[in-house]
Design a protein around this ligand. Structure first.
Ligand code: HEC
Ligand code: HEC
Ligand code: HEC
Ligand code: HEC
Ligand code: HEC
Ligand code: HEC
Ligand code: HEC
Ligand code: HEC
Ligand code: HEC
Ligand code: HEC
Length: 303
């Protein structure tokens, strides 16, 4: 867990522990293995029995050493002593469903990567979406890391059907269903609404180049970054009807979108007059301009 200091965990748990005298008595050592995951809670709740491998148990142990007992439950649910005394009165424990549960998460999970935030990311600003839409503390899919409810692409598809289905319906698309990529290969689920929460490299390049290193450069004669926009000027990230996931049906149409007097967008130079576009030979621009993503040797991107 790179973005969270154990200090924060310790402080949060300490606050809970000092508030509840009963749990504060949780033994620090020695630690009989069966005390792990809280025998008292486990008497009545299966959630406690399967908690030993939860990252929150590991985190608690790392911060406090030794056994966690029921104290780890208290870090989120608050002191459970009265709840237990009453034989399980639901009103005497924090239930943590929905938005209330999510508010508890951000007491510890404060910091995230640059351009992403647990508090102000695309999925935090809406009432309908919060931490517990995607993460489950007790009922996560055991095959997934990060306590996810289900595998990322399936999870995202529950709300973003259009995006998910376009990968299936377009003939030229990244093959998400084979599992090599998922929605989070390109998106940061905690990202801010900066460019649709699309991941970027540390240097601020499109995240695409972390897989497609061959188009990365740096090139002496640049064509993509800052010249012809970015990858999405020519490619459709969620899939396209056209080869190479291009925005346009043909290479010529793609190039002439900018390299033509009829261009509406970014203006590129005019192809010199020997380019007779009415001849098929000239329409497949990349047979000659092979270095369409940039070149070390040719200002005309010919090699
Ligand atoms: C990291 C925070 C956290 C910790 C630690 C934690 N829980 Fe929970 N627990 C939750 C949240 C959040 C929910 C609500 C889940 C939901 O609504 O989807 C929950 C729900 C429950 C439920 C209700 C069952 C359900 O799935 O709705 C029980 C019972 C429970 N927890 C017991 C425990 C016990 C016992 C421990 C200690 C072994 C524990 N919890 C530790 C966050 C935590
Ligand atoms: C004597 C049995 C018993 C013990 C011990 C016990 N509980 Fe419960 N707990 C219950 C019962 C019964 C309910 C109510 C279940 C219901 O109404 O669906 C409940 C409800 C809960 C809920 C709310 C579940 C929900 O539906 O949202 C949480 C959270 C919870 N317990 C946590 C704990 C924790 C943490 C401990 C240990 C500190 C603990 N319980 C110990 C019996 C117990
Ligand atoms: C009391 C502080 C605390 C609270 C509250 C808390 N967490 Fe955590 N969480 C941690 C710590 C510490 C770790 C790191 C455990 C480790 O290093 O393995 C962690 C780990 C995680 C991980 C796994 C990270 C990974 O890299 O696999 C997820 C996911 C997570 N927490 C989500 C949640 C959610 C969702 C909630 C709210 C229901 C929540 N946490 C509440 C302290 C907390
Ligand atoms: C839209 C779904 C979604 C929501 C909402 C969400 N997460 Fe996540 N979270 C994910 C996915 C997916 C991953 C795994 C990312 C990966 O593997 O690249 C993850 C990873 C994590 C991790 C481990 C890696 C990291 O970034 O530190 C933590 C901790 C975490 N989430 C906490 C939270 C908390 C706290 C909230 C609520 C403020 C939250 N998440 C809301 C989907 C979500
Ligand atoms: C190959 C990288 C890549 C993958 C995989 C990917 N996206 Fe995207 N997505 C992008 C880019 C880039 C944009 C921004 C498009 C733009 O600027 O026009 C975007 C935009 C979006 C948007 C906002 C615009 C819109 O179309 O509504 C959503 C929502 C979205 N993606 C969800 C998803 C989901 C859900 C998945 C998985 C099914 C997914 N994406 C997979 C790269 C990707
Ligand atoms: C519980 C429903 C839900 C789930 C699950 C979910 N999202 Fe979202 N997502 C939303 C909502 C609501 C918004 C904000 C409203 C909007 O812009 O569409 C949003 C916004 C986004 C955006 C920004 C859209 C934009 O126009 O900038 C992206 C990208 C995105 N989600 C990707 C994902 C990915 C990737 C996953 C899976 C890890 C995921 N979502 C899971 C509901 C969800
Ligand atoms: C100016 C338009 C344009 C831009 C911008 C662009 N591409 Fe391309 N890309 C193409 C064309 C055209 C092809 C097909 C090349 C051919 O016909 O051989 C292609 C092919 C590809 C291929 C297939 C393998 C190859 O090298 O031929 C990959 C992968 C690719 N692009 C990734 C990217 C990425 C990643 C970015 C952003 C860094 C990007 N492209 C930006 C036009 C562009
Ligand atoms: C996680 C790694 C990964 C990321 C991130 C990624 N790609 Fe890809 N991309 C692949 C793989 C693997 C293939 C080939 C297999 C396939 O089709 O899924 C591919 C195929 C392509 C192709 C088709 C190549 C051809 O020969 O026709 C294009 C174009 C492309 N990607 C562009 C992009 C763009 C643009 C982005 C960013 C928006 C991006 N990719 C992000 C891994 C990635
Ligand atoms: C999004 C707009 C855009 C698209 C699409 C585009 N270009 Fe460019 N291209 C430019 C810009 C802007 C320059 C920078 C030089 C200039 O000012 O004209 C450039 C430069 C070039 C150059 C270098 C010669 C020069 O004038 O510096 C060649 C050759 C070239 N592009 C060929 C192509 C080919 C082939 C395609 C199609 C695969 C293509 N371009 C697609 C915008 C674009
Ligand atoms: C048969 C090979 C060939 C094809 C096909 C071709 N070009 Fe060229 N192109 C060239 C050569 C060679 C040059 C360099 C001419 C020079 O240096 O005077 C050039 C130069 C250019 C330039 C740069 C002009 C400048 O100011 O330096 C642009 C822009 C261009 N081509 C665009 C295109 C587009 C768009 C297509 C497809 C519609 C295309 N080319 C197809 C061979 C080709």
């Amino acid at each position: 867990m790179k973005h969270l200091s154990l200090g924060a965990f310790a402080a949060a748990t300490l606050a809970v522990l000092t508030a509840g005298a009963a749990v504060a008595q949780a033994p620090a050592s020695p630690a009989p293995a069966k005390v792990e995951a809280g025998p008292a809670c486990a008497d009545c709740h299966d959630e406690a029995k399967i908690f030993a491998n939860n990252p929150h148990m590991r985190g608690y142990r790392a911060a406090h050493g030794g056994a966690a007992g029921i104290a780890v439950c208290a870090t989120c649910h608050g002191d459970g002593a009265k709840h237990m005394e009453a034989g399980g009165d639901k009103t005497l424990i924090k239930t943590l469903h929905g938005r209330t549960g999510a508010e508890t998460c951000v007491t510890c999970h404060k910091q995230s990567a640059e351009r992403s935030s647990f508090k102000t990311g695309v999925h935090a600003s809406s009432e309908a979406v919060n931490c517990l839409s995607c993460h489950a503390i007790h009922k996560s899919d055991p095959k997934q890391a990060s306590l996810l409810v289900s595998a990322p692409t399936k999870l995202c598809a529950t709300c973003h059907q259009d995006a998910a289905s376009s990968f299936r319906t377009f003939p030229y698309a990244h093959r998400l269903k084979e599992g090599a990529l998922s929605c989070v290969s390109c998106h940061d689920p905690h990202g801010r609404s900066y460019k649709h929460a699309v991941k970027e490299t540390r240097a601020g390049e499109p995240g695409c180049v972390s897989c497609h290193a061959e188009v990365r450069g740096p090139f002496i004669f640049t064509h993509v970054n800052g010249v012809a926009g970015d990858c999405t000027s020519c490619h459709v990230p969620h899939g396209s009807s056209y080869p190479h996931q291009l925005q346009r049906a043909t290479i010529a149409a793609q190039c002439l979108e900018c390299h033509s007097t009829l261009s509406s967008g970014t203006l590129g130079s005019q192809p010199p007059s020997f380019h007779n576009i009415s001849l098929p030979r000239y329409r497949n621009c990349t047979t000659c301009h092979v270095a369409v993503h940039g070149s070390q040797r040719s200002p005309q991107l010919l090699k």
